[in-house]
Design a protein around this ligand. Structure first.
Ligand SMILES: NC(=O)C1=CN([C@@H]2O[C@H](COP(=O)(O)OP(=O)(O)OC[C@H]3O[C@@H](n4cnc5c(N)ncnc54)[C@H](O)[C@@H]3O)[C@@H](O)[C@H]2O)C=CC1
Ligand SMILES: NCC(=O)COP(=O)(O)O
Length: 339
């Protein structure tokens, strides 16, 4: 059960991989948004870009309200400074703990949402035996093993991969009716609850070229995807598909749906990162709390150079705020106006 945070409570930002661009895009985003919304960064303050004005707090309550003069920081000691571009295995556990601590604050109602800066999956596995392929699965576990899905969203497109961080050779076996049903249900619920879409239209990709071309190029569409979509249509879902993955993302096609559910990671993420890499946001659907993230990764090659674009982090924080507002409004409505 997640408590509802007060309107002035902060959105928590977990530091992410210190050797990546996470600390600098968080600091840049605070410079843009810090006068409008309450933010609280969790991490080692030595990892922020030098010259970032910050204020250490010991409690999320001390970070209520906008703080344009200094970034509120829940300070952690990671034991060593950052070396941009070179992850330090000794930092891995601190990176994981920052995410878990942020989730703890959100679930306790001390923060409104969590926005996670990018992690390196490999660095966390190497440094701390991290048991999850990414935030998405870790957050699902922290929330009590709830079913979740990953969505990436920009102003022109929302995409949902039904399978995420698994080898391509394992995708077909992982795509079961239960997985696809959960993915479509969670996506539809979230479009209504978090994005204000009253009658969601969802486009569903096939797995194979040309969506199987009537079974000539693969049978998953005929044997599994199409029957499942028919069953869900009978339950009231507005679904198109299974559609050929190569022709469902051009502008006219995109106008026909509110989200595209895809069969694997790159089928979903290539179109959105091509259309709007700078402004895309990663959001986890199905959680009992709000989590967003920029759509990019650690970008080691440019870390520490002051050139990272914070647009996606800014969009992620704005989306977190809007989603938290929507949920608070819904909670207020359900309780007759008082929460
Ligand atoms: N939410 C998360 O925690 C995510 C983590 N990752 C992790 O990031 C690491 C690197 O992944 P890559 O595939 O290389 O993707 P990446 O997004 O880190 O970098 C891809 C390219 O885009 C550029 N780029 C990325 N963000 C940018 C920004 N804000 N401003 C300017 N240029 C930017 C990079 O310099 C690079 O050329 C991997 O370990 C991956 O697991 C990747 C995606 C999301
Ligand atoms: N490719 C998207 C990505 O790696 C983000 O994953 P997550 O850490 O948000 O689960």
């Amino acid at each position: 059960m997640t408590a509802v945070a007060a309107p002035g409570a902060p959105i928590v930002i977990s530091c992410g991989e210190p050797a990546g661009i996470g600390p600098e895009v968080a600091a840049d985003a605070w410079r843009v948004l810090g006068g409008d919304m309450a933010l609280l960064w969790i991490g080692d303050p030595r990892h922020l870009p030098s010259g970032t004005p910050y204020r250490e707090v010991t409690d999320a309550a001390q970070a209520h309200g906008p703080c344009p003069d200094a970034l509120p920081v829940l300070a952690r000691d990671f034991g060593a400074p950052r070396v941009p571009g070179t992850p330090n295995p000794a930092h891995a556990q601190g990176v994981i703990d920052a995410i878990a601590d942020g989730v703890g604050l959100v679930m306790a109602g001390a923060a409104r949402a969590i926005c996670t800066a990018p992690i390196s999956k490999a660095a966390l596995i190497d440094g701390a035996d991290f048991a999850y392929p990414g935030h998405t699965e870790f957050l699902a576990a922290l929330a009590g093993d709830v079913p979740v899905v990953m969505m990436l969203a920009c102003t022109e497109l929302r995409v949902v991969p039904a399978t995420i961080h698994i080898p391509l050779k394992d995708v077909a076996a992982a795509l079961t009716p239960a997985v696809l049903r959960d993915t479509l249900r969670i996506t539809r619920d979230a479009l209504m609850r978090d994005f204000g879409v009253t009658a969601p239209r969802i486009a569903v990709a096939g797995l194979n070229p040309h969506a199987g071309e009537d079974g000539k190029m693969g049978t998953e569409e005929r044997e599994m995807i199409a029957p499942l979509l028919d069953a869900l249509r009978a339950e009231g879902f507005d679904l198109a598909g299974p559609l050929p993955g190569d022709t469902m993302f051009h502008a006219a096609a995109r106008a026909g749906y509110d989200a595209a559910v895809c069969m694997y990671h790159d089928q979903a993420l290539i179109p959105i990162k091509t259309i709007d890499f700078a402004g895309g946001v990663n959001v986890t659907l199905g959680l009992p709390f709000v989590r967003t993230s920029p759509d990019h990764g650690t970008a080691y090659g440019i870390a520490g150079q002051g050139v990272a674009d914070a647009t996606s982090m800014i969009a992620a924080l704005r989306m977190a705020r809007d989603m938290a507002d929507a949920r608070m409004g819904a909670a207020a409505g359900a309780s007759g106006g008082s929460i």
